[in-house]
Design a protein around this ligand. Sequence first.
Ligand code: ATP
Length: 325
Amino acid sequence: MLHVNKLSFSYSSNQIISDISFTAEKGAHISIIGESGCGKSTLLKLLYGILQPNTGTILWDDKPVFGPDFKLVPGETFMKYLSQDFDLMPYLSVEDNVSQFLSVFYPKELKERTDELLEMIEMTAFAKTKVKLLSGGQQQRVALARVLAQKPEILLLDEPFSHIDNSRKNTLRRNLFNYLKSEKITCIVASHDTHDILSFADEILVLKDQGIAAKAKPEELYNHPQKKHIALLFGDVNLIAISLLKPYATIEKSILVYPSELIISENSGLKVWVKNSYFKGSHYLIESKLNETDTILFNAPHALEAEKEVYLNVALETINTRIKD
Ligand SMILES: Nc1ncnc2c1ncn2[C@@H]1O[C@H](COP(=O)(O)OP(=O)(O)OP(=O)(O)O)[C@@H](O)[C@H]1O
């Protein structure tokens, strides 16, 4: 189990992390999210021991992680870190990069393990290709296999699919995270990608203002986001006064409503005027105006004509859930 206890860190006088504590069970998948610059990469570097905390401790079971003030070469054998620069050997082939840390005394295992990892990252066809000839996305996949070959107990990933195109990303994401689960490898992933986060994380940790703004299961965080800045990490969201949705309500409160939760109605509900329709593949995102200043975003199965008057409703169940938040 990973124990992070009262961790604080600053770059010179710029405090990035203050008094952060959390734990991660063996085999757990924790996603770290937050606005750009909130300190996600910094936290991963602290966990790996590349940066020296000002205060606080990091323990994996009972083994401490030492920062650079106490260790000449940063990094622990039980932990691997995949940063945004991939740390590959450009003049070696893909398979040599992956197998570099495997024992040559067991050639059969070395070949089997290398083949298995190349298959997972869908790079078998490139086994003999020199890494320097690969695209950025292909190099990122090789870097993933390379850290996995070292059989870490805990894996720290910083934006692991940032260079990989959508067609590959989905399969790779499933292959990788299912593999980590089956091998009981704990992973801590810094990511902006809501698909990584919602489908695979056991828990999401939201960083804001140097601390942890929330730590919860994906369903809990998505359905009960508490704050608009948290909901916004999953995409667009509206903040709507309940009195506008249900004129008979006496409660003076606004609730967060995702565009997918607004239902178009024929003639009753929140009246808005369509401004723009944006094609999203499975639906259109409609930008509309509630009045001069307030914008409401909702989904529709097809594009709507500009200036068209539309009525919107929210299911009572959604309103009741959000009121309690
Ligand atoms: N080496 C450094 N020296 C000084 N300040 C730094 C250094 N690295 C990062 N910072 C600052 O620390 C803050 C946190 O950076 P960090 O890269 O951890 O954020 P992040 O949440 O990972 O951002 P992003 O989502 O954009 O990758 C930022 O304000 C950044 O400018």
